[in-house]
Write a protein that binds this ligand. Structure first.
Ligand code: ADP
Length: 410
């Protein structure tokens, strides 16, 4: 017997994540897979029905994104032969200035998404390739695109400006903000757990390999630390975060670096990896104890604290801080060090609650609630698919980002 399921697809620069969902009722995750090491030798992992299988690609030579997608589909067919994929939801990094909600994939949409590729050259082409591969593999399935920029589309204009001549803004050079699917999920959870906080002034910190912070007021994003590209703001696993653009001119002109080398330096060799000279991985750095690893963590924490102060000022005050992402959800050290000495603004944490990764880690009666909310970008995509399946003829049936408005999250 076949079972109708929805697939979520998140094709990144070096890894691909996919989820399998039952969407008959509120979406339920049935399985989750990851294909890593794209560009070298693929490693596959898939968990379904409590069983995890791992595989190494048998292909000779470096495997590209196309083979990674094929490997994921092959794994799915072999491990869950009863699954009939009726819909596929795609994480798309860039929805440009206009798309403030998920959309059904059409030729026009694909054209638009291709136009935004120069804004996110390391991600958008892979996202589009993933959509096309899924359309070829599941020709009868509904295809839905969900944008990482959508959650931030209602910023006050001044928060999206760069101080360049005006024409550049019109040409698309503006602050877009990213990690929107994660913030959408976390905002929805916050609304469920503590509606009064969701309605207030909140800073959400998505701290993973990519890292950013978002200021939210009344359930709407008003500012993000990420800007035109996903390179701005906080330092990340391998990305610089905010940097003086004069450094780029210096590297090009004085050190004779090629543009592609600078791009590689900023995206893949910097951040925690560059500063620690050891690893992009926070777990490794916390365990290492070398002066360089300590300094990398120090810089990460310093920038988070700085942005927290700036975003609180943007909001005119603060009611809650929410941590999410691999580091935000698991690193008690980073959370403790971010919050340490911030009593002046009303932030404090309870060490026992922090050690347990509890939902609320601030002490009782704190003026500002400090929380940990595990994120799920996949669930946000699955919910968008479900809304489109229930109202297929509405171009924007995907609705507003869930954390912002509309029905309570399923
Ligand atoms: P991605 O942005 O690729 O989705 P994740 O959100 O999974 O990444 O975050 C990965 C980061 O989370 C890594 O730096 C990893 O070391 C860190 N991390 C995961 N678990 C822990 C932990 N228990 N303590 C500290 N850091 C952790």
């Amino acid at each position: 017997m076949t079972r109708p399921v929805a697939l979520t697809l998140n094709v990144g620069s070096s890894s691909l994540k996919f989820g399998l969902f039952d969407i008959e009722g509120p979406p339920i995750e049935l399985g989750f897979g990851i294909v890593e090491n794209i560009g070298t030798a693929l490693r596959l992992k898939f968990t379904c029905n409590g069983t995890t299988i791992t595989r190494a690609s048998s292909e000779r030579g470096p495997a590209d994104h196309r083979s990674a997608v094929s490997a994921a589909f092959a794994l799915l067919h072999s491990q869950v032969p009863s699954a009939k994929v009726v819909a596929v939801g795609h994480r798309v990094v860039h929805g440009g200035p206009a798309y403030a909600a998920p959309r059904i994939v059409s030729d026009n949409l694909l054209d638009d998404l291709s136009r935004f590729a120069p804004f996110a050259p390391l991600h958008q082409p892979h996202n589009i390739a993933g959509i096309k591969a899924a359309m070829a593999e599941f020709p009868d399935a509904l295809q839905v695109a969900c944008f990482d920029t959508a959650f931030h589309r209602n910023h006050p204009k001044v928060n999206d400006l760069f101080a360049l001549p005006r024409a550049y803004y019109e040409r698309g050079v503006r602050r877009y903000g990213f990690h929107g699917l994660s913030y959408d999920y976390v905002a929805g959870e916050l609304r469920r757990i503590a509606p009064q906080l969701h309605a207030g002034r909140v800073v959400m910190a998505h701290l993973g390999n990519g890292a950013s912070m978002c200021a939210m007021e009344g359930g709407r994003s008003v500012a993000s630390t990420m800007g035109f590209t996903a390179l701005d703001g906080l330092p990340m696993g391998t990305r610089t975060g905010q940097i003086d653009p004069g450094i780029i001119f210096y590297l090009l002109r004085e050190e004779g670096m090629a543009l592609d080398e600078v791009i590689e330096l900023f995206y893949s060799k910097s951040g925690l990896l560059g500063l620690s000279d050891l690893s992009h991985d926070m777990r490794v750095l916390e365990a290492a104890g070398t002066p360089e690893a300590e300094e990398a963590i120090d810089y990460f924490v310093f920038r988070i604290r700085r942005e927290l102060g700036a975003l609180a000022a943007t909001l005119g005050g603060l009611d809650a801080v929410v941590f999410c992402g691999g580091i935000g959800e698991n690193s008690r050290l980073v959370r403790e060090r971010v919050c340490d000495g911030m009593g002046w603004i009303g932030i404090g944490i309870d060490p026992d609650r922090n050690a347990e990764n509890a939902t609320v880690i601030s002490p009782d009666h704190s003026r500002i609630q400090v929380m940990v909310i595990p994120t799920s970008e996949e669930l946000v995509i699955a919910r968008a698919i479900k809304r489109f399946r229930e109202a297929p003829n509405m171009p924007e049936a995907g609705g507003k980002p869930l954390g912002q408005a509309g029905p309570d999250p399923a």
